[in-house]
Design a protein around this ligand. Structure first.
Ligand code: S3P
Length: 195
């Protein structure tokens, strides 16, 4: 399951398309692991004192993206976080770097039908206020799937699984990562002692 172990701070980030369940699962995971739950969209809204829709409408996507990079960078250096990110966070290379510096990255991968079903429940996503949201989702997914893949340590296929099943799987995987990290930390310390 764990392919490329790397040393990271103790944080988990969830990336993936709009409607893939990042916030719900991140909040569940944070409870499960005793970590703090952080949502970059919520931080942006707090910083701007506006909703995401208002930021897009009043100031445009460019301003939103700058705020997104800023709130993410501000998290670097903290530990014990489960971070839910906005679906477009990977479109900026600097953000991919920040996410990888922050900790382990899980990609919640969902198919077009389940995304469409979830995002139709509200109109809080400015990029999907189009004539043909399915087509928009397909186009954006084709631009972003490679980026999610590049950015993540693990891809989690979510279709057909419940929130409980997904969060349980990620929590177990995260525990394994973190226990390996303590093991590596210990072996580094032992090596130092031997010298
Ligand atoms: C966006 C996803 C949204 C939000 C903004 C832009 C995107 O977050 O950041 O509307 O570009 O995919 P969710 O993925 O939480 O819906």
């Amino acid at each position: 399951m764990i392919q490329n172990f790397r040393h990271t701070p103790m944080n988990l980030s969830l990336i993936g398309f709009m409607g893939s369940g990042k916030s719900t699962i991140a909040s569940r995971l944070a409870d499960n692991l005793g970590f703090d739950f952080v949502d970059t969209d919520a931080l942006i809204e707090k910083t701007a004192s506006k909703s995401i829709n208002e930021i897009f409408n009043d100031e445009g996507e460019g301003v939103f993206r700058k705020l997104e990079s800023q709130v993410l960078e501000d998290l670097v250096g903290r530990e014990g976080l489960v971070i839910a990110t906005g679906g477009g966070i990977v479109t900026n290379k600097r953000n991919i770097q920040s996410l990888r510096e922050l900790g382990i990255v899980f990609w919640l991968d969902a198919d077009v039908d389940s995304i469409l079903e979830r995002v139709s429940r509200n109109n809080e996503r400015p990029l999907l206020q189009t004539k043909d949201p399915r087509k928009t989702i397909v186009n954006l997914l084709s631009q972003r799937s490679d980026l999610y893949n590049q950015c993540c340590d693990e891809r989690i296929p979510t279709d057909g699984l419940s929130v409980e099943e997904i969060s349980f799987g990620i929590a177990e995987s995260a525990r394994l990562w973190f226990s390996k990290m303590s093991y590596f930390d210990m072996s580094v310390k032992l090596e130092d002692q031997v010298k």
